[in-house]
Design a protein around this ligand. Structure first.
Ligand SMILES: Nc1ncnc2c1ncn2[C@@H]1O[C@H](COP(=O)(O)OP(=O)(O)OP(=O)(O)O)[C@@H](O)[C@H]1O
Ligand SMILES: [Mg+2]
Length: 194
């Protein structure tokens, strides 16, 4: 099986951290533009992989394709590569079911849904890299589709240690701190709107 490429190996050569970051920001921006212009489509794995490919094709050979090896994410080993397609299909089917069966005016429910989705996407860790940022971007896409303002999740890089800890707590089925992060960002975004 192919090894997952090192994250600094790109179609543009081996890049240093700052350069890579600049290109990845562009990749995320492209991914977002693709999603925004396909809002009428069902949010399923096909759409997400197409958006990721559109976004990152200039940078990564693996854009829009799942990983073929298993990195350690903190202390956790994400699922084996052969399980990813089914896990992703289930995740998006589950998301669509939940979106059809909840009251989107209920902020508490909304925050729970976003935290669940963000955590599950990162847990599956479908791509070799960019999973954290893609999950946060998709969280925003859910908000956009529901008519909510999108979140400024720079908070989650400023408070990196607390964010990672919230993720580790979610591994233990305790979503409280992840939900608090998201609720704070959502409240800020809603305040900025009014
Ligand atoms: N020690 C850890 N325990 C649990 N989850 C972790 C740990 N370290 C990283 N993560 C999760 O993995 C994500 C990083 O995955 P990946 O490198 O594929 O995404 P990224 O977009 O490049 O990173 P980032 O989210 O850091 O910008 C983090 O956002 C975080 O959610
Ligand atoms: Mg990374």
């Amino acid at each position: 099986m192919n090894k997952t490429p090192a994250s600094n190996e790109t179609k543009l050569g081996i890049l240093d951290h700052a350069e890579l970051n600049k290109h990845e920001i562009k990749g995320l921006k492209n991914t977002w533009e693709y999603l925004v212009s396909h809002q009428e489509e069902t949010m399923d794995t096909l759409l997400i992989n197409k958006a990721h490919k559109f976004g990152f094709d200039f940078l990564y050979n693996w854009a829009g394709k799942y990983r073929t090896s298993t990195p350690l994410v903190g202390n956790l080993e994400p699922p084996a590569p052969h399980l990813i397609p089914e896990l992703m299909i289930n995740l998006f089917n589950d998301l669509i079911y939940r979106l059809n069966n909840f009251d989107s005016d209920n902020l508490e429910e909304l925050v729970k849904l976003l935290a669940w989705f963000e955590y599950r996407f990162i847990f599956i860790h479908p791509y070799p890299n960019t999973n954290g940022r893609t999950s946060r971007l998709l969280t925003n896409y859910i908000l956009l589709k529901l008519g909510y303002p999108i979140l400024d999740y720079s908070n989650r890089s400023e408070n990196r240690a607390a964010y990672i800890q919230a993720m580790q707590e979610a591994d233990e089925k305790n979503f409280e701190n992840l939900e608090i992060f998201i609720a704070e960002e959502l409240n800020k975004a809603l305040k900025n709107m009014s």
